[in-house]
Write a protein that binds this ligand. Structure first.
Ligand code: ZN
Length: 302
């Protein structure tokens, strides 16, 4: 078995046949590793776009791939064929975050019309793996970390590397993999891309539930206990939804504490992620529109 560290450079371009923008792959870089994680082969191809003559300034600056270099590349289908021959069989492919994989799928569908696919069998999201290892050492930030950020965290020297070129990004990824490698935790994150669930999951975009009557919302998540005495609090007005959160005012029947209970429900591929918090009630300094809402939901008015 071999490991492949795959790194794509892609640039956003308007694709006329579909009347939308696409992150077109303009460079494929990869390194192949043996079971001892030693680099045994490298791959790099630059791709000539079929529909755009120029790359964006930002892309050229970041990657060093100018419009001229791009125009001297080879067509995407040719590059993918060469890549697949190079990659071979019995591999675990890694990329830094699964966004590369998402771009691959879009490019396969739109530009290769699903006639040709990247040879990716088993797959591991290296960012997820490395960030998991970082958490074990006390790292708490939940935002996705950059390759350079992770290298810095572990004190890996990047001075000799030119980042954001496909080859050197792969080499840095290998250094991180070696630094963090732990066989059981690694194996636990390897996925089989032949599993139909795999790409369904990849494409799924988590979204907030915005209707309080949504059957996916568990009723007990809407119950709040007083944060002072632990009694179940009574809700005083209707739930309001704003910016991913439902909010309502609560009052504790035991101690009289008033608070604002907030709860958010994010539908993910597998389940619903619930977040709850208790805030102080806002002082009555609101816009006219909100005030009207308040009046409608105050029962004493009747
Ligand atoms: Zn209380």
């Amino acid at each position: 078995m071999k490991y492949i560290m795959l790194d794509l450079e892609w640039d956003s371009a308007y694709y006329p046949p579909e009347k939308q923008f696409i992150n077109q792959i303009l460079q494929i870089g990869a390194v192949k590793l043996n079971e001892r994680l030693e680099i045994i082969d490298t791959f790099e191809e630059t791709i000539r776009s079929d529909f755009s003559k120029r790359v964006t300034g930002r892309f050229a600056k970041l990657t060093g791939i100018t419009s001229e270099i791009m125009r001297n590349g080879i067509p995407l289908h040719e590059a993918v064929k060469r890549y697949n021959e190079w990659a071979g069989k019995d591999t675990i492919t890694m990329t830094w975050s699964d966004s590369d994989l998402y771009s691959i799928k879009r490019n396969e569908e739109m530009l290769l019309h699903d006639q040709l696919h990247f040879a990716i069998e088993r797959y591991l999201d290296l960012q997820k793996f490395v960030q998991g290892e970082m958490r074990l050492t006390g790292y708490t930030d939940k935002n996705q970390i950059s390759l350079a950020g992770a290298a810095e965290y572990f004190g890996i020297d990047t001075e000799d590397l030119v980042l954001h070129t496909a080859g050197d990004d792969s080499r840095l990824s290998v250094a991180l993999l070696k630094h963090c490698y732990q066989p059981e935790r690694f194996a636990a994150l390897v996925r089989d891309t032949a599993d139909p669930e795999f790409y369904k999951r990849l494409r799924f975009k988590p979204y907030p539930l915005s209707n309080i009557k949504d059957p996916l919302i568990q009723k007990e998540k809407l119950i709040f206990q007083c944060d002072r005495c632990g009694q179940t609090a009574v809700r005083c007005n209707a739930w309001k939804y704003h910016n991913r959160w439902f909010a309502a005012n609560f009052k504790c029947p035991a101690c009289g504490r008033k608070f604002n209970g907030r709860v958010s429900f994010i539908k993910t591929y597998d389940n619903v992620k619930v977040r709850r918090k208790i805030c102080e009630c806002k002082p009555k300094k609101r816009t006219v529109v909100e005030k009207q809402d308040d009046v409608q939901s105050v029962p004493e008015k009747v």
